[in-house]
Design a protein around this ligand. Structure first.
Ligand code: FES
Length: 628
């Protein structure tokens, strides 16, 4: 429900203060999400169940006090300090709030590589010359430019057409011929998408974009050499709309329509501009992009209806490849900037998976390979050169840290590895910064230690301290005596004590977290079982396992096998690919062979729907227990 009343709210962050209009917002979260610079996590999409959308009310300006949901999620001293849930606070005029300093830079491994010895850029710029016009040759300027550029046609906006006469004549030539830079895109046949004054010095670049539900990655690539100039990744600015795609789709129907699309479009534009500025590349010299993402993210980007993706029979508006002008979809980088969106297979097997499989080249090999992309969903592909099977499991965002009490994405300060030696624990954080939370890889490590020590049993139950002390190794008793505590009337383990964290609060792993991981790993393992069953083999037949995605960048493969996330038989055959989707999108930019491969992978992949699969249901129940 939306209210209309006068309400201006002052928002303070570490980078300054801003006054926003919250007159039409039913709650603070709604008002804040209209401003992408305020990155508020809201895994539950604003329904009040996750407790993560925390703000500090510096001046409540007469707003009602905390309600029952807020009291359930925020402890007494934090409530006293003004901590509230943004999705529960009704904005009032003159309200002042402070936002915690949230990190948005996400860390993933990039394994960008050359895909073929032949470099065939999707976007190119070459200096060409067209003969001077005369009475025998009265071809139009556009036709001259198309012919000189070796193109089959032109696709120029009225704005570009208006400037073509001047541009063609800008560079002087002795014989009156037109010397200019022809900007081309080459998805099937070369198309002239721009003309520029001839410049041997201009550094032209193109970008590969991977839009993950949690993380957005952008790679800047040199159009002349195909080399990667730089890359950036950030947490997806749609986080305030929910942690998973279904919450974001639901949030879209509850709040301002188009807000989630705006957030991702603005974020991509900003990331591209920032990278270009860092390398002193003019916006006019950014020629275009290849974009991959899960199907929902691509729908948001293109402004397509997302509602029918969220419910059975899960029908997307479109899964085909499409080329659009950036300006048509709010990627306002430069006037001629083109966006090639790669094709998807279904609502839950997106272009990111096709790009990842293309990058892995598993479809070219005889060896039977399992490809698992663990993000907010777990997408799985099984195959080799003869056949490809794919499924998507609603694993939930536990491995992205989203539904974990102290979870976070792969940001600086995320605990990414954890181990125990006698009565001490060791942990490492991303970028070696002071701990702020646990990312998916850290969650897997913590749970491995707790399973190995018997603090969590194979049913996923975390033992209370007295019971645990009877089970844990004798050299770890003093540790667990201090580190097992009680949260919400259930046992919890202190991963990092309060005096070592940035917030001054301990980083804990709770009984609820163990259950979240258990559900997610059961879904992924059951998806694997279903594909193996469909193929007619067992896990011993696997030659290789590839882990893709941000989570796969930091995960300890032994820990993943210990939890039953990947088949134990395959532990030694498993390797992490890092962000394979980003690698595939970059390959699409630099190699015609990769562009052909994308189509081949799409055509060869058989999608298996799990929601109606009996095998999946049985395997899901079976895989719920942790291996002993
Ligand atoms: S509790 Fe506010 S977004 Fe989840």
């Amino acid at each position: 429900m939306s209210r209309s009343h006068n309400a201006t709210v002052t928002v303070t962050t570490s980078s300054g203060e801003k006054t926003i209009d919250a007159s039409d917002s039913s709650h603070l979260l709604d008002a804040l999400t209209a401003h992408p610079e305020f990155h508020i996590p809201a895994p539950c999409g604003g329904v009040g169940t996750c407790g993560r959308c925390r703000v500090i009310l510096v001046d409540a300006a007469g707003a009602p006090g905390p309600d029952a949901e807020e009291r359930a999620h925020i402890n007494g001293s934090a409530l006293d300090a003004g901590v509230r849930l943004a999705c529960r606070v009704i904005p009032t005029d003159g309200m002042v709030i402070a936002l915690p300093d949230l990190r948005t830079t996400a860390y993933t491994k990039t394994t960008l590589q050359r895909f073929s010895s032949r470099f065939d850029p999707l976007f190119s710029a070459d200096t060409v010359s067209a003969p001077a016009p005369n009475l025998e040759d009265q071809r139009s300027e556009v036709t001259r430019a198309v012919d000189a550029g070796g193109c089959s046609r032109a696709d120029l906006s009225p704005h570009e057409l208006a400037g073509i006469s001047a541009t063609l004549r800008e560079t002087p030539s002795d014989d009156g011929s037109f010397v200019f830079d022809a900007i081309r895109t080459t998805s099937r046949e070369p198309v002239l998408i721009g003309v520029r004054p001839a410049s041997a010095k201009a550094q032209r670049a193109m970008v590969a974009v991977d839009i993950g539900t949690t993380t957005v990655a952008v790679y800047l690539i040199d159009c002349r050499t195909g080399e990667m100039i730089d890359a950036a990744s950030q947490l997806n600015a749609q986080a305030p709309f929910g942690a998973d795609v279904v919450s974001r789709i639901e949030s879209e129907s509850r709040s301002r329509r188009g807000a989630a699309a705006d957030a991702i479009r603005k974020q991509i534009t900003r990331m591209i501009r920032d990278l270009a500025e860092k390398h002193r590349i003019f916006e006019i010299d950014l020629l275009g992009a290849a974009v991959v993402g899960n199907t929902t993210m691509i729908h948001f980007l293109l402004g397509l209806e997302t509602r029918h993706i969220a419910a059975a029979p899960f029908i997307p508006a479109m899964t085909d490849a499409i080329v659009v002008r950036g300006s048509e979809i709010g990627i306002d980088v430069s006037s001629g900037f083109r966006v090639h969106v790669l094709p998807a297979i279904s609502a839950y097997i997106g272009s990111d998976i096709i790009a990842g499989v293309t990058a892995s080249r598993l479809f070219r090999s005889k060896r039977l390979t399992l490809f698992i992309d663990i993000g907010t969903n777990g997408e799985i592909v099984l195959g080799n050169k003869t056949r490809l099977l794919a499924c998507s499991t609603a694993a939930g965002p536990a491995f992205e840290g989203a539904t974990i009490r102290c979870g976070c994405g792969g940001i600086a300060g995320a605990v990414a590895s954890f181990s125990r030696r006698r009565a001490t624990t060791q942990y490492a954080t991303i970028a070696n910064e002071a701990p702020v939370g646990i990312c998916g890889a850290g969650v897997v490590d913590v749970l491995r230690v707790l399973l190995d020590d018997g603090v969590v049993d194979e049913t996923g139950r975390m033992l209370p301290v007295d019971e645990a002390l009877e089970t844990v190794p004798s050299d770890a008793r003093t540790l667990y005596e201090k580190r097992i505590t009680t949260i919400d009337a259930a046992p919890a383990f202190i991963v990092v004590p309060a005096d070592e964290t940035t917030s001054g609060e301990p980083i804990v792993f709770t009984q609820g977290d163990a259950r979240e991981v258990q559900l997610a790993k059961a879904a992924i393992a059951a998806g694997v079982d279903t594909l193996l069953d469909e193929w007619g083999v067992g896990p011993e037949a696997l030659d290789r396992v590839y882990l893709a995605g941000g989570f796969g960048s930091f995960i300890d493969i032994g820990a993943a096998a210990r939890l039953g996330l990947i088949p134990r038989e395959s532990e030694r055959k498993t390797r992490s690919l890092g962000n394979a989707a980003g690698t595939g999108a970059a390959a699409y930019l630099v190699s015609d062979a990769a562009r052909v491969d994308v189509e081949k992978v799409r055509a060869a992949t058989q999608y298996i729907e799990l929601s109606s699969s009996m095998k999946f249901m049985e395997a899901y129940v079976e895989r719920m227990a942790f291996p002993v």
